[in-house]
Write a protein that binds this ligand. Structure first.
Ligand SMILES: *Cc1c(COP(=O)(O)O)cnc(C)c1O
Length: 424
């Protein structure tokens, strides 16, 4: 079987290993649930974008909502990445990890005034603005701060990314971006405001995209606008094509990052826009297959009859990894140490009091209580979406770096969970 995350994730005999480290040993050493990441896999994914962009003015801004742990941000900052942020909290994380605000683009449909001031003060590279109202508010905040805010308008190109409705963002009915038909007017308005400085255009059409055509369609729509906006006397410096490239969870075959970049650069060249700086905002494709979530099998519940289900109950739950519950996402599940014997079909579920609390359905696994399972491709939208539902402390995180093993986040302590609460 081809493991998503190969060659960093591989079987060595019976042992499932990440960057050569036996995952069962890491579970024994650090406890479960445990997120484990490969630094090498993250850097390799980043380099695929960088290599294809070599020789072009460009910036790859890691969309950090996919995984915002400080050591992950540090890894990308040191590799030369910028960051795509969606909150003031994320900006604080970038700075705490040693990242550079001048390489940050600030996205999001609902930025508060306080967040705008924070980002102006830090000196972010660009505000990706999503509405007319936001232009006015940002203009007022910039004037009050005595500066000019660099802005790009996020345009909704109205293309179907062909992905799950919850993670499709470039269609007319979405809350995201400025409608294509209103964008020229919005640019004229932006250019008229003394607190703003137009620098670019951006879009982001969805997530877990596995096809090239939606990207090319979106780029064409963007370039049509760039031409109209520049004809109106407003120069556009950079084109930001967003993120969204999919990864292989099971049998998806997304284009690799190099192929995506080359196709987009070629289209830019063909249409005479090859001189522009180009920005990308990948999240999932940089970290998704660089991580796994380890969980210990607590209980096996066998079906009463032929209609019943077998349940494999593990110590990780929807609060640790919500993708299956939220998007019905399929994620690979592998035993960390293979055992012989029959492999019955199980629903792999957590202990949380919700029927939606499952990690995988109908999985054939040879398991026994005490075994450790690895949920694969868990590096993106895993830990960042974790919660404390059922008063469950959040998992610890480990980063592997060649021979080194770093605990990058301690397991949360139950007392931390109610430290801010008061009795009447
Ligand atoms: C979430 C997001 C991204 C990254 O999406 P991925 O699917 O993780 O690559 C990029 N840009 C914006 C504006 C986003 O909201």
């Amino acid at each position: 079987m081809n493991l998503p995350g190969a060659p960093f994730l591989a079987r060595q005999g019976r042992e499932l290993c990440l960057e050569g480290h036996a995952l069962a040993e890491l579970a024994a050493r650090f406890g479960t649930p445990l997120y484990v990441y490969s630094r090498g896999a993250m850097l390799r994914a980043f380099q695929a974008y960088e290599r294809a962009l070599h020789g072009r003015r460009h910036l790859v801004c890691y969309a950090m909502k996919a995984n915002s742990s400080l050591a992950v941000l540090q890894t990308f900052a040191q590799a030369g990445a910028g960051f795509d942020i969606v909150s003031g909290g994320e900006l604080a994380r970038v700075l705490a990890a040693g990242g550079d605000a001048s390489r940050v683009v600030f996205s999001g449909v609902g930025k508060t005034r306080a967040e705008m001031r924070q980002a102006l003060q830090a000196g972010v590279r660009c505000f990706n603005v999503e509405s007319q109202d936001e232009l006015d508010t940002l203009n007022a905040e910039a004037l009050a701060s005595g500066c000019r805010a660099p802005v790009s308008l996020r345009v909704n190109p109205d293309v179907d990314a062909g992905t799950h409705p919850y993670i499709s963002t470039g269609l007319k009915g979405n809350k995201f971006g400025i409608a294509h038909a209103q964008a020229l007017g919005a640019y004229r308005h932006a250019a008229s405001l003394p607190g703003l400085h137009v620098v670019g255009i951006d879009c982001h059409i969805g997530s877990q995209i596995t096809q090239l055509p939606p990207y090319l369609d979106a780029l064409d729509r963007l370039l049509d606008l760039v031409e109209a906006v520049e004809a109106a006397g407003i120069p556009i410096h950079h084109v930001d094509v967003g993120g969204g490239l999919g990864i292989t969870y099971t049998d998806e075959t997304p284009p690799d990052a190099g192929a995506l970049v080359r196709a987009l650069l070629q289209r830019l060249d063909e249409r005479g826009h090859g001189h522009r700086e180009v920005l990308f905002e990948p999240g999932r494709s940089l970290v998704g297959n660089a991580g796994v979530l380890l969980a210990e099998v607590l209980v096996l519940k066998h079906a009463l009859d032929a209609e019943g289900k077998n349940f494999c109950i593990v110590d990780a739950a929807m609060n640790d990894l919500v993708r299956p519950a939220m998007y019905e996402a399929w994620m690979g599940i592998e035993p960390c140490v293979q055992r012989d014997g029959p492999a019955p079909v199980w629903d792999v579920v957590g202990p949380v009091c919700e029927s939606g609390d499952w990690l995988g359905r109908a999985r054939a696994l040879a398991v026994a209580p005490g075994d450790v399972l690895a949920v694969l491709s868990a590096g993106a939208y895993g830990m960042t979406m974790a919660s404390n539902y059922n008063t469950r402390p959040r998992a610890a995180e480990v980063m592997l770096d060649g021979p080194r093993v770093h605990l990058i986040r301690e397991r949360e302590d139950v007392r931390q969970l109610f430290a801010g609460e008061r009795l009447l």
